[in-house]
Structure formats: C-alpha cells, structure tokens
Design a protein around this ligand. Structure first.
Ligand code: ADP
Ligand code: MG
Length: 196
C-alpha cells in the first residue's frame, strides 16, 4: 500500500539517489545530449524536498504539487515531461489517501501516457518512455522491481535515439544509456519500494 507518508519517503529517497548519481546522469547526457540532466534533476528534486514538509490530505494533492514544482523548477525537456507525469498521476490518485498496487499501476500508465503525449514520443525511441511504458504495462505485484527497471535501462544502450536532443547524434547515440531512462528508474524504484 502506498500511503501519503510512503509517497513522501519515496520522493526523499529519489532526491538522495539522484544526488548520488548526479555525475553519472550528467556524463550520460554529455555523451548524447548537452550534459545538464544531472543538474536539472538535482535542482528539481531539491525543490521537491522543500514541499514535503507541508501536509497533504490526499495522494493526488501531493502528486500535483510535485508535478507543478518539477514543471517550474526543472529546465530542459525532462522537467515538463516529469511534471506532466506527476500531474496525471495526481488525477489517477484523486482524493485517495492510500493506493494499492493496482491503483499505482494504473497511475503509472496515466503518467506514461502523459509523457508520450507531451513528448510526442513512443517506446523504442531511446527516451524515458522506454522505462515508463514497459514497466507500467508489465509489472506485477511482488516482482523484483529493481531488476526489471535495470533491464529496461540497459536496453536503451543499444537503441538509436529518434527523439529529443540525443536524436541529433543519430547512429552515434548507440552505445550510451539514455539519461532520462536512468533517472526514471531511480524514481520508479524508490516509489515501488514504498508500494511493497
Ligand atoms: P534536454 O534534453 O532539454 O537537455 P534533459 O537533459 O534534462 O533535457 O533530459 C533529457 C532526457 O529527456 C532524455 O534522456 C530523454 O529520456 C528525455 N526526453 C527528451 N525528449 C523526450 C521526448 N520527446 N519524449 C520523451 N522523453 C524525452
Ligand atoms: Mg540535457
């Protein structure tokens, strides 16, 4: 069960993990982008931390605030994409104070659809969608979430980017993991730990 406190804990854990992998995220984005993904995500989740001390009366209210914060604080492509995902996840959670596995899975599918709509992207283009979509579609309760997420991140290494900044690298984008796929796995891993 995901509770409001559990959701907050997942966001704190995401911030810690983003911070410790900031250089890796930046290095990946330097190889197939402009080298700011670590900085963007770090700034965004630092801002998210500062809204977690407030009280929220539903999972939806918390998720909406996170989404608005990421949209306004994170530059680049990823901020609005993550932001829109949290806003859509908020709509799926609504007034609920806790969410079971099925509701979380439904919310993640909504989040995925929002990223795809906003990014005009689909799976197979070497973006964060390559983690969000297959995970949201295929995850089952009690699975080894981290091993699934790691596998999805690794799969982006062989892909050629056809969306976002990495697409300018064409064939040369092959051989590097997508930075947004890695940051997405960090977030989803922290969230699933709290769902149990
Ligand atoms: P920018 O590309 O503007 O520098 P970031 O470096 O913060 O922004 O984020 C890059 C990540 O955003 C990529 O690794 C990819 O996962 C994701 N991304 C970029 N464009 C899209 C898109 N159109 N749809 C889905 N994800 C995208
Ligand atoms: Mg970048």
């Amino acid at each position: 069960m995901l509770t409001i406190d559990g959701f907050k804990q997942a966001l704190r854990h995401t911030q810690t993990e983003i911070e410790s992998q900031k250089d890796t995220l930046t290095d990946l984005d330097r190889a197939i982008g402009d080298g700011d993904h670590g900085i963007n995500m770090s700034r965004g989740f630092e801002a998210v931390l500062s809204i977690l001390d407030e009280d929220y009366d539903s999972l939806g209210a918390l998720s909406k605030k996170v989404g608005m914060t990421l949209m306004s604080k994170v530059g680049g492509a990823a901020g609005p994409l993550y932001g829109s995902a949290f806003v859509k996840i908020a709509a799926a959670f609504g007034d609920a104070k806790e969410a079971d596995f099925a509701l979380v899975k439904e919310a993640l599918l909504e989040g995925t659809n929002s990223i795809k709509a906003r990014g005009k992207s689909e799976a197979g283009q070497k973006t964060m969608v390559d983690v969000w979509e297959p995970f949201a579609l295929n995850v089952d309760e009690g699975d080894n979430y981290d091993s699934q997420l790691n596998e999805l991140v690794q799969k982006t290494e062989d892909m050629i980017a056809t969306k976002g900044r990495a697409s300018y690298f064409g064939e040369n984008s092959r051989g590097t993991i997508d930075p947004g796929a890695l940051s997405s796995s960090i977030l989803l891993s922290a969230l699933m730990k709290e769902v149990g």
